[in-house]
Write a protein that binds this ligand. Structure first.
Ligand code: NAP
Length: 289
C-alpha cells in the first residue's frame, strides 16, 4: 500500500511550532517586495502574508509599479536592509523582464535573506554550514526524511536548478544519502530511477516520470506543478498535476500528491527561515523545528 505523504498536515505542524516560538521571541517581521501586478504573484504574496498572520509573524508589503526601475527595487531592498525592525526580506519572483533578478537578490542582506537565494547563503550550504536555505528544498527533504531512511539511501534528483534541484542534492547528501543528479542530458533516466530508494522529480513536465521507472517501495517526492486541461471539470477548465504519473505509482512506498505535497511546505519553511533570521538578530539560539 502506498502511503500518501501529507504536506498540508506536516506544514500545519511546522506552523504550530513556529507560532509557539514566535510568541517567545516577540513577533518577527517579514518584508515582502512585490513589483508589478502579475496576478499569480499577487496570490502567492497574499498566501504568504496570511500564513505569517496565522503564526504571529508581522508582515509588511512594499508594492512597486510594473514600470519601477531596477534602481527603485534596489533602493527598496536597501531601505529594508537598514530597517532594524525587519528580520526577513523576500522579493517575489518573477520580476518584470527589464529588471535583473540576480542583481536585486545580490543586494539583500544575507542575514535577512529568508529565500536563501543570495550567493552567501547558497555558498554556506555548499560548504556544509547552512544558515538560511531555500524554502522548497528544505520542505522536500523534510517530507523525504519523514517517509524514508535517508542515511545510505540511493536518491535520484531529477532537475538541477539553482532554486530546487541543486540545493535538494546538497541537503540529501547532508542526510548521508548517495545522490545522483539527473537532468535533460542524462542517459537512461528510467533505468537510473529504477535503482533509486528516493526519487525527487523537479522538472516541470506533467506526468514525465512513469510508474515503471519507480522501484517497488521507493519514496517519491513530486515537486512539479503543471497546469493541464481538465475537460471533465467543464469546458476550458484546468487542474494541477505533478511531474510523476501518480496513478501509475501505486507500488511506491510513499508519494507526495500534487497539490497538497511539497507546495504547502514552501511557505512553512519561509516562516521557519524568518524565525531563524529573527533569532540570530536577537542573539538567540536557532529554532529547532
Ligand atoms: P527549472 O529551473 O525549469 O529546471 C528544470 C530542471 O529539469 C532542469 O535542471 C532540466 O535539466 C530538467 N529537465 C528538463 N527536461 C528534462 C528531461 N527531459 N529529462 C530530465 N530532466 C529534465 O525548474 P525548477 O524551478 O527547478 O522547477 C521544477 C518544477 O518544480 C516546476 O514544475 C516548478 O513549478 C516546480 N516548483 C514547485 C515548487 C513548490 O513549491 N511546490 C517550488 C519551486 C518549483 P537541464 O538543467 O539539463 O535543462
Amino acid at each position: 500500500m502506498t502511503a500518501l505523504i501529507d504536506g498540508k498536515a506536516r506544514a500545519a505542524e511546522i506552523d504550530r511550532k513556529v507560532a509557539a516560538l514566535a510568541a517567545t521571541y516577540g513577533p518577527p517581521t517579514l518584508a515582502v517586495v512585490l513589483v508589478g501586478d502579475d496576478p499569480a504573484s499577487a496570490v502567492y504574496v497574499a498566501n504568504k502574508v496570511r500564513r505569517c498572520g496565522e503564526v504571529g509573524i508581522t508582515s509588511i508589503e512594499r508594492r512597486l509599479p510594473a514600470d519601477a526601475s531596477e534602481q527603485d527595487v534596489v533602493a527598496t531592498v536597501a531601505a529594508l536592509n537598514a530597517d532594524d525592525a525587519v528580520d526577513g526580506i523576500l522579493v517575489q519572483m518573477p520580476l518584470p523582464s527589464h529588471i535583473d533578478a540576480n542583481r536585486v537578490i545580490g543586494t539583500i542582506d544575507p542575514g535577512k535573506d529568508v529565500d536563501g537565494l543570495t550567493a552567501v547563503n547558497a555558498g554556506r550550504l555548499l560548504l556544509g554550514r547552512p544558515y538560511l536555505v531555500a524554502c522548497t528544498p528544505q520542505g522536500i527533504v523534510d517530507l523525504a526524511r519523514g517517509a524514508a531512511t535517508l542515511e545510505g539511501a540511493n536518491a535520484v534528483v531529477i532537475g538541477r536548478s539553482i532554486l530546487v534541484g541543486k540545493p535538494v542534492g546538497l541537503l540529501l547528501q547532508a542526510e548521508n544519502a548517495t545522490v545522483t543528479m539527473a537532468h535533460s542530458r542524462t542517459r537512461d533516466l528510467p533505468g537510473l530511477c529504477r535503482g533509486a530508494d528516493v526519487v525527487v522529480a523537479a522538472i516541470g513536465r506533467a506526468h514525465f516520470v512513469r510508474g515503471d521507472w519507480i522501484k517497488s517501495g521507493a519514496t517519491v517526492i513530486d515537486v512539479g506543478i503543471n497546469r493541464v486541461p481538465a475537460p471533465e471539470r467543464g469546458e476550458g477548465r484546468t487542474r494541477l498535476v505533478g511531474d510523476v504519473a501518480f496513478d501509475e505509482a501505486g507500488h511506491a512506498g510513499a508519494i507526495t500528491p500534487v497539490p497538497g505535497g511539497v507546495g504547502p511546505m514552501t511557505i512553512a519553511y519561509l516562516l521557519v527561515n524568518t524565525l531563524t533570521a529573527a533569532a540570530a538578530r536577537r542573539g538567540l539560539a536557532p529554532p529547532s523545528i
